[in-house]
Design a protein around this ligand. Structure first.
Ligand SMILES: Cc1cc2nc3c(=O)[nH]c(=O)nc-3n(C[C@H](O)[C@H](O)[C@H](O)COP(=O)(O)OP(=O)(O)OC[C@H]3O[C@@H](n4cnc5c(N)ncnc54)[C@H](O)[C@@H]3O)c2cc1C
Length: 289
C-alpha cells in the first residue's frame, strides 16, 4: 500500500469491512482502523440475518458460521395474541457474528484491504474544511482523501464533523444472553415479543440455535429492572454468555460535505412472553444481570 491510503475506514464491523471490500474491488487503497485487537470481538449481536439481504449483497455465510436456518417467526402481541408467519424455505440465518465478521474481513483482505488493530480513531483531521484523515489514540495521524465512519452506534467521529450524531431517541439498549436447553420453542422459528410490560419501545426475542440453545434478548429504552417475567422455556437453562450494547433502532447512511461517509445497519427480530401471557413464566433478567 502507498504511504497514504485513498480511504480510511473506521471500524472493522460488518459495515466497515463490507465498505472496505467494495472500495478495494473498485481499485481504492483502503485501510481499516479497528480499536480492538481482533475482528468480531467482543460479541454483541444475535446474528439473525436475512437470507435475501445476504444474497442481494452477494455474500455467502461460511458453513461453520451458520448456527441455524429459520423459516419464520411467532409474534406475541402485548395482550398475548400469537401471530405466526412460516415459510417453506429458510428466510433467515442465525450466524455466529464473530465468524461472520471475520469472514467479511478475510474477503476484504483478499481484495487488498489492510487492517490496523488496536487503532482507535480519536478524531478527524481537518484541512481547509475537508477531512484529511484521522488521529489515532496515542496522537498518531493517518491521512487519506476519504474517511468512512463505520463506528457502529458510537457517534464520536460524526459529532466531530459538526453533525449531531445519533440522538438518544434513535437508540435502544440491547441485552442478550446465550442459554442452553431451551424448551417449548420450535427450533426453526424465532419468537418476538412486544408490549410495554415486556419490551417498552422495541421488542424482545428468542432465537433458537439448532442444538437446543438459544439467544435470548431484549432491546428497550428503559432499564432491564422493569422486566419481571421470563419463559418457563428457560427454567432449566444455563446462561453461557451475556452481551450488553447499544442498538440503533434505525438504519442510516449519509455523507457529509467534508469527505466523511457514515454507515451503519440494524435489523430486528424476536422474544419474551409478557406478564399477561403467562404468569408461570419467570424472570430471566435476574440471570442476565
Ligand atoms: C443485543 C443485540 C442484538 C442484535 N441482534 C441483531 C441481529 O440479530 N441482526 C441484526 O441484523 N442486527 C442485530 N443487532 C444490531 C447489529 O449488531 C448492528 O446493527 C451491527 O453490528 C452494525 O454493524 P456495524 O458494522 O455498523 O457496527 P459494529 O458491528 O458495532 O462494528 C463497529 C466496529 O467499529 C469499531 N470501532 C468503533 N469505534 C471505533 C473507533 N473510534 N476507532 C476504531 N474502531 C472503532 C468497533 O470496535 C467495532 O468493531 C443487534 C444489536 C444488539 C445490541
Amino acid at each position: 500500500m502507498k504511504e497514504k491510503p485513498d480511504i480510511i475506514v473506521v471500524g472493522g464491523g460488518p459495515c466497515g469491512s463490507y465498505a472496505a471490500y467494495t472500495a478495494a474491488k473498485l481499485g481504492a487503497e483502503v485501510l481499516v482502523c479497528e480499536e480492538h485487537e481482533e475482528i468480531g470481538a467482543p460479541r454483541h449481536c444475535s446474528g439473525h440475518l436475512s437470507v435475501s439481504s445476504l444474497r442481494r449483497l452477494g455474500l455467502r455465510v461460511p458453513q461453520g458460521a451458520v448456527e441455524n436456518e429459520i423459516r419464520g417467526a411467532v409474534f406475541w402481541s402485548p395482550s398475548g395474541k400469537e401471530f405466526v408467519l412460516r415459510c417453506r424455505a429458510p428466510v433467515t440465518y442465525v450466524v455466529n457474528r464473530e465468524l461472520f465478521d471475520k469472514s467479511l474481513a478475510e474477503l476484504a483482505i483478499k481484495a487488498g484491504v489492510q487492517y490496523r488493530f488496536k487503532s482507535r480513531a480519536k478524531s478527524l483531521i481537518f484541512e481547509s474544511g475537508c477531512v484529511r484523515g484521522v488521529s489515532l489514540k496515542g496522537e498518531e495521524r493517518v491521512e487519506a482523501n476519504v474517511v468512512v465512519d463505520a463506528e457502529g452506534c458510537s457517534s464520536k467521529l460524526l459529532k466531530n464533523t459538526g453533525l449531531h450524531g445519533l440522538r438518544g431517541s434513535m437508540m435502544v439498549k440491547g441485552i442478550q444472553a446465550e442459554v442452553d436447553r431451551v424448551e417449548d420453542v420450535n427450533d426453526d422459528m424465532v419468537e418476538v415479543y412486544f408490549g410495554r410490560n415486556v419490551a417498552p419501545s422495541f421488542f424482545a426475542w428468542i432465537i433458537p440455535r439448532n442444538d437446543g440453545s438459544a439467544k435470548v434478548g431484549l432491546a428497550t429504552k428503559v432499564s432491564a429492572e422493569v422486566h419481571g417475567e421470563t419463559s418457563c422455556s428457560f427454567q432449566e437453562t444455563e446462561k453461557k454468555q451475556n452481551h450488553i450494547h447499544f442498538y440503533p433502532s434505525h438504519t442510516l447512511g449519509w455523507s457529509t460535505p467534508q469527505n466523511v461517509f457514515r454507515w451503519f445497519s440494524c435489523s430486528g427480530r424476536c422474544g419474551f412472553p409478557s406478564e399477561t401471557h403467562n404468569r408461570r413464566r419467570r424472570h430471566l433478567w435476574d440471570n442476565m444481570r
